[in-house]
Design a protein around this ligand. Structure first.
Ligand SMILES: C[S@@+](CC[C@H](N)C(=O)[O-])C[C@H]1O[C@@H](n2cnc3c(N)ncnc32)[C@H](O)[C@@H]1O
Length: 218
């Protein structure tokens, strides 16, 4: 039953991705603002499965000092806040296509100071103009739809990495093989953990960008 619901969900977002990228962005913006009409629509702040996934994700990141951290598809900033408390010296940025979600993210992170900020942008169109030591993208890539949009999204995520930076992708397993496939092809995979025990298994895949210079994708 859950698989059928997932199939229908993916088909809807693949259909939206038949639009031009501006049209797709406009539909996603309206959809995710509507979806966030009520606070925390996925129960990210209270669900024990989500909490476990967040902690498993953080466990995969090698110890180190990361100065600039980005979360793409941050919703209301639950994981962004955890990143900010885990890395108290880092500048942490959350990006989402829903301004409604970001208003709540800013409220949530209100006591964390100016080192935490939120930017309204489309993963497929953004022009953040900055590079990051750590980039996270979880439970978001299945919204970008067809294969060429997925490759484009992966290229843009890779282009956000500072030299030697790490990209962490987290999506349901085994669908993660398709969703993380373009990153597998373009970047060096340096680790993966699949949590098979969770009721909805997921993969945390870790990639390292080029140690010389970031790619420029536009
Ligand atoms: C399921 S939530 C994931 C939240 C968070 N990553 C987590 O795992 O806790 C997916 C988020 O991705 C955002 N999103 C979807 N498509 C996007 C796009 N093209 N650009 C930026 N954000 C997007 C949605 O607005 C939503 O807040």
């Amino acid at each position: 039953m859950a698989r059928l619901a997932d199939l229908m969900h993916r088909s809807v977002f693949k259909a939206v991705s038949l639009l031009g990228s501006k049209g797709q962005g406009a539909v996603l913006r309206r959809y995710f603002d509507w979806w966030h009409r009520r606070p925390d629509p996925w129960h990210l702040s209270t669900d024990s499965y989500e909490r476990r996934k967040y902690l498993t994700t953080l466990e995969q990141v090698p110890a180190g000092s990361y100065r600039r951290i980005l979360e793409v598809g941050c919703s209301e900033g639950v994981f962004t806040e955890l990143l900010a408390t885990t890395y108290p010296e880092a500048e942490v940025t959350g990006v989402d296509i829903s301004e409604t979600a970001l208003e709540r993210a800013r409220e949530r992170a209100g006591n964390l100071g100016e080192r935490v900020r939120f930017v309204h942008a489309d993963l497929l169109e953004h022009d953040l103009g900055e590079r990051y030591d750590l980039v996270f993208c979880a439970e978001t890539l299945y919204y970008v739809g067809r294969g060429d949009r997925l490759r484009h999204a992966s290229d843009r995520l890779g282009a956000l990495l500072a030299p030697g930076g790490l990209l962490v992708l987290v999506h349901p397993w085994p669908e993660s093989r398709r969703l993380h496939g373009p990153a597998d092809a373009a970047l060096s995979k340096v680790g993966e953990r699949v949590d098979h025990e969770a009721w909805r298994p997921y993969a945390v895949s870790l990639y390292q960008g080029s140690t010389r210079a970031a790619l420029d994708v536009s």
